[in-house]
Ligand binder design. Structure first.
Ligand SMILES: Nc1ncnc2c1ncn2[C@@H]1O[C@H](COP(=O)(O)OP(=O)(O)OP(=O)(O)O)[C@@H](O)[C@H]1O
Ligand SMILES: [Mg+2]
Length: 317
């Protein structure tokens, strides 16, 4: 597998003694969209800052396209674009000049047509002569994205790009992300909107308390940890679950009108056939049957909770 970023045994202890990253190992594959999920304070921004060279690491090593991001930071940095979590842009500069200047900082040749395309893609073209202080928060975030793309990076880090932006911008942003991916850009994003990660990511990494809890293909993760539920609606309400069904993980709704069966998608056989047979033997008539599958969000919450109970030293939520 061709890895574009390789993070090996990286730890970060901030000046105040706080260990924000603990022996992190993570390989990022060329061309993938990796979603980095974790609760507030998990270390997501610290990890991104370490790769992008904004914070220095305490131990370990990071290579970016083969370049050591400390010893060869110029080369490493030149192929990275970063959309930071915090809105950090000047006030009086215009949109156009900011984006042009950022491209220049990376020593890239002028390319007004490319910059125009970015600004158009981000619906910023009609604001190009506006000073940044005249823009709304969501528009400023678009400018940050335009800046991050201005030097045609191969790797784009998006740290909470959709925090506090409206639905429309969020859609624009995801469209842009998939276009960039199509053009071969590797994308690492953090988000608290897990359903977005679920939709867009190829792989998902979960970080908590400075440790990577898992990294997995999204589809496999969902298949592995996903639980399904079968909901059986009854013709007439039951007052209790029949004894004969005690082996199944069942719950009866409060009104007695439906039974929910929770089963793992990886177990050998789901047990549904047997359950349905026993239901009918118990004299329960079915009105309807439906299934639901746990989302990435459910999986994520379970994982972080499990770590909190098994690792009392760890950072709590
Ligand atoms: N400069 C710093 N000095 C000391 N501690 C810091 C510093 N920056 C971050 N931390 C701590 O490191 C931990 C990880 O912070 P980080 O910003 O990486 O979290 P995050 O996962 O990005 O959280 P969020 O979802 O809130 O953005 C937190 O406990 C934070 O308080
Ligand atoms: Mg953060």
């Amino acid at each position: 597998m061709d890895n574009i970023v390789s993070i090996k045994d990286v730890s970060k202890v901030y000046d105040n003694g706080f260990a924000a990253l603990k022996n992190v190992d993570l390989d990022i594959r060329r061309g993938e969209i990796l979603a980095l999920l974790g609760p507030n304070g998990a270390g997501k921004t610290t990890l991104i800052s370490a790769v992008t060279g904004i914070v220095s690491i305490s131990s370990g090593s990071i290579t970016v396209d083969g370049f050591d991001n400390v010893k060869q930071y110029r080369q490493a940095r030149s192929i990275i674009g970063l959309v930071p979590q915090e809105l950090t842009i000047g006030a009086f500069e215009t949109v156009w000049n900011t984006v042009r200047f950022t491209r220049g900082l990376f020593g890239k040749k002028k390319n007004p047509a490319y910059l125009e395309k970015i600004l158009r893609d981000l619906s910023l073209w009609d604001k190009k002569d506006n000073q940044l202080r005249m823009l709304s928060g969501g528009m400023k975030r678009r400018v940050l994205i335009a800046k991050a793309l201005s030097h045609e990076p191969d790797i784009l880090f998006l740290d909470e790009p959709t925090a506090g932006v409206d639905v429309e911008l969020r859609k624009d942003m995801w469209r842009l992300v998939s276009d960039l991916r199509e053009s071969g850009v590797t994308i690492i994003l953090t988000t608290h909107y897990i359903e977005e990660a679920e939709e867009i990511a190829d792989r998902v990494a979960v970080i908590n308390g400075g440790e990577i809890l898992l990294i997995e293909d999204k589809a496999e993760l969902m298949a592995k940890l996903g639980k399904k539920q079968l909901i059986v609606e009854l013709k007439s309400p039951a007052s209790a679950l029949p004894e004969s069904l005690a082996d199944y993980d069942l719950s009866l709704s409060e009104d007695g009108g439906s039974i929910t069966y929770t089963y793992s998608t990886t177990a050998d056989g789901t047990g549904i056939t047997g359950l349905l047979q026993r239901l009918s033997e118990a004299g329960l008539m079915l009105k309807d049957i439906s299934t639901t599958q746990s989302s990435l969000e459910d999986i994520f919450v379970d994982l972080v909770k499990a770590q909190a109970t098994t690792d009392p030293e760890g950072d709590s939520l």
